[in-house]
Design a protein around this ligand. Structure first.
Ligand code: IMP
Length: 429
């Protein structure tokens, strides 16, 4: 197998960054295919914490090539800052190592302003977005008025597109929300400069990837967010505006779906969610607090406290189908140490009926209560265990049940934030 896609099976924050960083040592190329700087992939390497918002998490593995796909929306200030920050840490950031798709869309300052103004206006009914302009940028892409990386390289086109966009956006911001309008020349001059900095990195990445795959190179596709934040399949409208499912690894990079070999789903040993929306297994008691504190469950992008709950296998099973998962990684299992009992949700009780898939209708979903299987917990600190046979019997039982319910083998068990705190049961490549 030469390609592997890694996706989140829950509502994001499953620990994909660490898994990708771990697997990047076996890959030649690491590619991101959707989302933007709403993602924050936290890595701990050499005792130092690094958060990647746009550049693939594989960048910390020396000599690996990283690609930013056409499926992303890019905040160029954040991208350039991230490149500079990594350079300062001694990471090699050059056009030989980093490619950015010429078809990726650009998040403009007005996208951020619209995102924030809309959320403010919605009040209690807000989505709880990251406020990074992600939704408004994807809207412009679908409306065919978006500005792409290729446009940065042609100042006349950039100015023309900005001008026509600003006529609409300024009217919308001013008249509907009472916000300040944006100045064309100000944005144009800043983005023209960004274009000069980024020019050597902007490429047709689909061709590059296709020939790498044909040459037998190992390619790792890094998903952002999670399956249940997918704009089609997630808890709509409490979702992001892209498709974090595995098939986007093809559309978001410019290769065919037949090029995707293995597909790994990252499953956190419990469930978390940031932002609004239904969450059947949410724990609003002291167990939820315990998991939140032990798991340091704060958003890597916004610093918001994540809501915590038991592992929901109804969600994970949906993710197995939606992504065609061939293997799983179980993360943050160490966080559950110290709990007397642990639970796994295996179905929902809804309107007097037992169901095993998540209803699309959110009112119906809010009437669902979880059906749990309960297990003995474990006291031991398991974070430094190196072999699966040395895990406490209670942990083994918990993992075995996840594997039984999902029908998909576990390849990696992650027991802490650093690379070394991982047990690789089977090489997923
Ligand atoms: P947006 O992507 O900023 O539009 O936010 C839409 C929803 O997706 C909100 O509930 C966010 O909290 C959530 N979201 C977006 N990106 C992430 C992520 O990387 N991890 C977890 N939740 C996310």
């Amino acid at each position: 197998m030469s390609t592997l896609v890694v996706v989140g099976t829950q509502w994001g924050d499953e620990g994909k960054g660490k898994i990708v960083d771990l697997l990047a040592s076996k890959a030649d190329i690491v590619v991101r295919f959707q989302g933007g700087n709403n993602a924050g992939h936290t890595l701990v390497v050499g005792g130092e914490k690094v958060i990647c918002h746009l550049i693939p998490s594989g960048i910390l593995n020396e000599g690996k090539k990283c690609i930013i796909g056409n499926g992303l929306v890019l905040d160029l200030e954040v991208l350039i800052e991230e490149m500079e920050d990594l350079k300062k840490r001694g990471v090699d950031i050059t056009p030989e190592r980093l490619s950015i798709s010429e078809k990726a869309h650009i998040i403009m300052p007005y996208h951020k302003a619209i995102d924030l103004a809309r959320e403010k206006a919605k009040g209690r009914g807000k989505i709880g977005t990251t406020g990074r302009g992600i939704g408004p940028c994807y809207e412009d892409k679908a409306a065919r008025v978006g500005i792409r990386m290729a446009d940065l390289l042609e100042p006349d086109t950039l100015r023309e597109k900005l001008d026509s966009n600003l006529r609409e956006k300024n009217f919308y911001l001013k008249e509907l929300f009472g916000e300040d309008p944006f100045d064309l020349e100000d944005i144009f001059s800043r983005y023209e400069k960004f274009g000069k900095i980024l020019r050597p990195y902007i490429k047709e990445i689909g061709l590059e990837l296709e020939s790498a795959i044909v040459d037998g190179k190992k390619v790792l596709f890094e998903g952002a967010q999670g399956t249940h934040l997918d704009v089609d399949h997630g808890t709509y409208p409490y979702v992001t505006s892209s498709n974090p499912v595995a098939s986007t690894a093809a559309t978001g990079t410019g290769i065919g779906p037949n090029r995707l070999d293995s597909i790994m789903g990252v499953v956190k040993a419990y469930t978390t969610r940031v932002g609004s929306g239904p969450f059947p297994t949410e724990l609003t008691d002291e167990i939820g607090d315990y998991i939140q504190k032990r798991g340091a469950e704060f958003g890597a992008t916004t610093g918001r406290r994540r809501r915590c709950g038991w592992l929901d296998m109804v969600m994970v099973k949906d993710s197995i189908r939606l992504n065609g998962l061939t293997c799983l990684s179980i993360t943050k299992l160490d966080v559950l140490s110290g709990l007397k009992r642990v639970k796994i949700c295996v179905g929902y009780e809804c309107d007097g009926e037992r169901i095993t898939h998540r209803p699309a209708n959110l009112k119906r979903l809010s009437r669902c209560s979880p059906i749990y299987e309960e297990f003995e917990g474990w006291e031991e600190d398991i974070s430094d265990i190196k072999r699966s046979q040395d895990l406490p019997s209670e942990v083994k039982r918990y993992l075995k049940r996840i594997e039984e319910i999902s029908g998909v083998p576990i390849s990696i068990i992650s027991l802490g934030p650093i690379r070394e705190q991982s047990i690789i049961l089977k090489d997923p490549f």
